[in-house]
Design a protein around this ligand. Structure first.
Ligand SMILES: Nc1ncnc2c1ncn2[C@@H]1O[C@H](COP(=O)(O)OP(=O)(O)OP(=O)(O)O)[C@@H](O)[C@H]1O
Ligand SMILES: CC(=O)C(=O)O
Ligand SMILES: [K+]
Ligand SMILES: [Mg+2]
Length: 617
């Protein structure tokens, strides 16, 4: 398919067949980026023909004949506005870029506009070689520390795959603006950051503290917990959002704030006010979660009847659907019913959309119905913050491992969240224990790791992200070197024959890839299903996932080991393969001789599915 941008270029070069070549501009210019002349660019690209700069969205770039040159940042090359060069064909039609000389440059060139990969991944592929790309995906909660466009871009450059918006905090206008900023980065600059909305849920929480970011509660201090409404909150008072609070608590109960960051003991009930004494001092954060305990057990009276999705959550969900967010994470899921309900609600309102619904595992109820919940969800999050407030802390690590294992068995992406690098909210270096915790989640092969306060309101969001990145890379390569997962066994997913065929093909492709030591697995997939099956196998090599919609490409952002590309493809595997090889080679992402295992779920219906092993020509 010839895209609009290509036609635009054709009109620029109307007298001859245009050649569209992705030049690896990294070698062309000095550090620091900037603009270079077309003469030096031609010489670097070994062509003598005139150049027409067209950016990858089809816009003519700047003043002809100048081309924006990549910027160097933290050791990686970022093609800020990667030029797709329309080269007017010289007489013999031979054009070479980085040594690549496509057999049919006119055609290959026309198609190269239709392969999209985000520019951070592309830079990483070129800089470090694709074998060592990061497999674990990274999510950052966006907050006051990271909501400005430049701050978001810094996170995108640092490897953020998904931006999370926590609907517990911030106004509608604020969320709209962040979504708009992320979308603009993606469309104007070539990033591919997906958006996850996280609902507030209706568990019990405190109110705000007259706008203060936090308030200290000291040992022995007396505080009032109340359902009264105030214009200005008096000192030593906090609002509780649950009307039944004063009736449900008893003198002697223990109130646990944010899973134990602060504790109080109930000493007296006076009408709607509950007088408490601080027994474990600490910082009270606005809207901190609150649980209460009696004789060492979590009290779940009427508050357990609160709906998982509150009316405010439904309104937020409508907003998320309207904005076309990629994922919605549901807080405090108790049963699979609520997920099914939400999925059909979304389906009815955005039939062509596909918002991934993630169940947050953070309540004791969710653990009782774990398998049912995960089966009906599109993925799960081990939300250790609230989970640690509902079950004894020492049980959190084994629950994490169990959820990660179950998700992998059921082929659902899983996120490990909360306090991964908590100390980095204040300090530029993580504790050794935090590094060990991050490493452990990577060793368990969770699909994604998530930053909360570290990126939302911490002092070092970019540093925290960079710690996640480097620790993930190190642990992933250690696991490969030490064959840590050679004997993983996965149960069969589905009894239906068609599904079993896909599953067996992916399992075998992945095994072959490991045994043959191939460089990459390629998968051509419309809905992303086969890509997820391959990701589930956690093979040693990266998985290049080609899909034809932007929506599916964004969804694949959250799955282990996948490098998502958007590509217009045909039902003919052979032509897809040949075209992708040429494009990847021309863009410097793979080279002649690289060995690839390829599978596909897009072949014509009557064609046998196959596994191909190919050397890049
Ligand atoms: N949009 C926001 N605006 C202001 N502060 C925010 C925002 N998002 C997060 N924060 C701050 O970062 C902290 C950690 O974020 P996080 O998303 O983990 O929230 P949380 O309140 O602990 O609840 P949850 O259990 O839903 O994760 C919050 O307590 C809050 O102080
Ligand atoms: C992420 C989240 O909601 C939690 O850890 O509680
Ligand atoms: K939340
Ligand atoms: Mg939570």
């Amino acid at each position: 398919m010839v895209q609009g941008s290509m036609m635009h270029m054709q009109s620029l070069c109307s007298s001859s067949v245009p050649l569209c070549v992705y030049g690896d501009l990294a070698g062309v210019s000095s550090a620091g980026g900037g603009r270079i002349s077309s003469a030096s660019l031609r010489s670097a690209l070994c062509v003598s023909s005139p150049l027409v700069g067209v950016n990858k969205y089809g816009k003519r770039m700047g003043m002809r004949p100048q081309v924006q040159v990549p910027q160097r940042k933290s050791g990686l090359v970022y093609a800020k506005a990667e030029a797709v060069l329309g080269l007017e064909e010289n007489k013999d039609g031979a054009v070479s870029v980085n040594g690549a000389s496509p057999a049919n440059p006119g055609v290959e060139g026309a198609q190269s506009q239709s392969m999209e990969i985000d520019l951070v991944t592309e830079a990483e592929l070129k800089e470090n070689g694709f074998r060592s790309t990061r497999r674990t995906k990274l999510i950052c909660t966006i907050g006051p520390a990271t909501c400005a466009p430049e701050q978001l871009e810094a996170l995108a450059i640092g490897g953020m795959n998904v931006a999370r918006l926590n609907m517990c905090h911030g106004t509608r206008e604020w969320h709209t603006e962040v979504i708009c900023n992320v979308r603009r980065l993606n469309s104007e600059k070539g990033y591919s950051v997906a958006i996850m909305m996280d609902t507030e849920g209706s568990e019990i929480h405190m109110g705000d503290f007259n706008g203060a970011p936090s308030v200290k509660a000291e040992d022995g201090e007396e505080w009032i917990f109340t359902v009264r409404k105030f214009g200005t909150l008096p000192e030593f008072t906090t609002i509780v959002n649950y009307d039944g609070f004063a009736e449900d608590v008893k003198v002697g109960d223990e109130l646990v704030v944010d899973g134990g960051m602060v504790r109080f003991e109930v000493i007296e009930k006076v009408g709607p006010d509950v007088k408490c004494k601080c027994t474990d001092p600490g910082l009270l954060l606005p809207r901190a979660n609150l649980t209460f305990w009696r004789e060492g057990r979590l009290v779940r009276e009427r508050n357990a009847m609160l709906p998982t999705i509150s009316s405010k959550d439904w309104i937020d969900i409508d907003f998320g659907i309207a904005e076309g967010v990629d994922f919605i994470a549901i807080s405090f899921v108790k049963t699979s019913e609520v997920i099914k309900h939400l999925k059909s609600y979304i389906q009815a309102r955005s039939p062509n959309g596909s918002i991934g619904v993630f169940a947050k595992i953070e309540s004791s109820d969710s653990l009782k119905n774990l398998e049912d919940i995960i089966r009906v969800s599109d993925g799960a999050m081990v939300a250790r913050g609230d989970l640690g407030a509902q079950i004894p802390l020492e049980q959190v690590p084994s629950v994490q491992q169990a959820v990660v294992n179950l998700c992998r068995e059921l082929n659902k992406p899983v996120i490990v969240a909360s306090q991964l690098l908590e100390s980095m909210i204040e300090f530029p270096t993580p504790t050794r224990a935090e590094v060990a915790d991050v490493s452990e989640a990577v060793r368990q092969r969770a699909d994604a790791l998530m930053l909360s306060g570290e990126s939302a309101m911490g002092l070092f969001p970019e540093k925290a992200l960079s710690v996640l990145r480097t620790v993930s890379l190190r642990m992933e390569s250690w696991c490969r070197e030490n064959k840590q997962h050679a004997s993983d066994r996965l149960p069969e997913l589905s009894p239906a024959l068609d599904d079993r065929i896909s599953e067996n093909i992916c399992n075998s492709a992945s095994q072959m890839a490991n045994r043959l030591g191939v460089d990459a697995i390629f998968v051509y997939t419309r809905r992303g299903y086969m890509a997820s099956l391959l990701s589930r196998c956690r093979p040693d090599c990266p998985i290049f996932a080609f899909t034809d919609t932007k929506m599916v490409r964004q969804r694949l952002n959250l799955q282990w080991g996948l490098i998502p590309f958007r590509l217009d493809f045909s039902g003919d595997m052979e032509s897809n393969l040949r075209r992708t090889f040429a494009l990847l080679k021309a863009r410097g992402m793979m080279k002649k001789g690289d060995l690839v295992v390829a599978v596909s779920d897009i072949s014509e219906a009557d064609m046998l599915q196959s596994i191909q092993v190919r050397r890049i020509p």
